[in-house]
Write a protein that binds this ligand. Structure first.
Ligand code: PBG
Length: 324
């Protein structure tokens, strides 16, 4: 006796019905494209390990942002590479700093594109830590909060549509919210990197931003990859402090965390498919070992299925082309 066809098999055979019952949708409208902006004139500098991604001068970033937007990607996330770094990360909150200038230029050229800025000190400090380091070598949480709030405020003043604190200092979402409200940026949303794990997958990013810590590591302020309950607690705390979107980062090793954070908060959730995840796919594809297009669309669909409303990915531009 032949086995009866399963219900899904019957549906799959009718292409239209298969499409109608598909549970997860992936479209360019869910994606955010991260960009590295540097000072300089019409420059593009390649980033080791991240083929296709470059550090761009502001004029080039304006062009690239326009190209990505034209493909249906609604938002970019900006990281700045300052000319100078110092102990106080002064480039981070300089009104004429690289991110502030880039935000103004991109918003002027592409007013409909959502411009999100990463708020952290690590690319601006001479030692590469995400906060201010005291004489005893420890990161000072509370002094760092003041500078982070100042940074977020300067981004909002330049026209950023949303700010995304990635530093993981305690109390930073509340500190940013208070400052933004006080400075007339009540409507600027906070996309909080709530569950940011101390991950090996940030390697290529740190080369790109020149932000690898000169001493120690980030384990005192980033999370232990073993902890999912803690991730949920952090996300709930951030929502309480005023986060409009909570983020899990990296994405693929933490799909369970994305789901748990979604279920626990019922808030909009973003997931960051980080530089090392991108580099792995690019390396395997370059070696002819995987079909890049199929692998990327599968991975991004998986991140969406896990519960992410928004997926931040260096593949956004290519994925948008493939999804057209
Ligand atoms: C800054 C920051 C990092 C990333 C985003 N914001 C690096 C880090 O924590 O070292 C990583 C992004 C990526 O790897 O793509 N704190």
């Amino acid at each position: 006796m032949a086995f009866p066809a399963t219900r899904m098999r019957r549906l799959r055979k009718t292409g239209l019905l298969r499409d109608m019952v598909r549970e997860t949708e992936l479209s360019p409208s869910h994606l955010v494209y991260p960009m590295f902006v540097e000072l300089g004139t019409d420059s593009r500098s390649p980033i080791e390990g991240m083929p296709g991604i470059e550090r761009l001068s502001i004029s080039r970033a304006v062009e690239e942002a326009g190209a990505v937007h034209a493909l249906g990607v609604p938002a970019v996330l900006l990281f700045g590479i300052p000319a100078e770094k110092d102990e106080q990360a002064s480039g981070a909150y300089d009104e004429e700093g690289v991110v502030q200038l880039a935000v103004r230029a991109i918003k002027e050229a592409h007013p409909e594109l959502v411009v999100i800025t990463d708020v952290c000190l690590c690319a601006y400090t001479s030692h590469g830590h995400c906060g201010v380091v005291r004489d005893d070598g420890e990161v000072d949480n509370d002094i760092s909060l003041e500078l982070l709030a100042k940074t977020a405020n300067s981004h909002a003043a330049a026209g950023a549509d949303a700010v995304a604190p990635s530093d993981m200092m305690d109390g930073r979402v509340g500190a940013l919210r208070v400052q933004l409200d006080a400075e007339d940026h009540k409507e600027t949303p906070i996309i909080a990197y709530s569950a940011k794990f101390a991950s090996a997958f940030y390697g290529p990013f740190r080369d790109a931003a020149g932000s690898a810590p000169a001493f120690g590591d980030r384990r005192s302020y980033q999370m232990d990859p073993a902890n999912a309950d803690e991730a949920v607690r952090e996300a709930l705390l951030d929502v309480e402090e005023g986060a409009d979107v909570v983020m899990v980062k990296p994405a693929l090793p933490y799909l369970d965390v994305i789901r748990e954070v979604k279920d626990a908060t019922r808030a909009p959730v973003a997931a960051y498919n980080v530089s090392g995840e991108y580099a792995m796919v690019k390396a395997a594809a370059a070696a002819g070992q995987i079909d890049e297009r199929a692998a990327v669309l599968e991975a991004l669909t998986g991140i969406r299925r896990a519960g992410a409303d928004i997926v931040i990915t260096y593949h956004a531009k290519e994925a948008a082309e493939w999804l057209r």
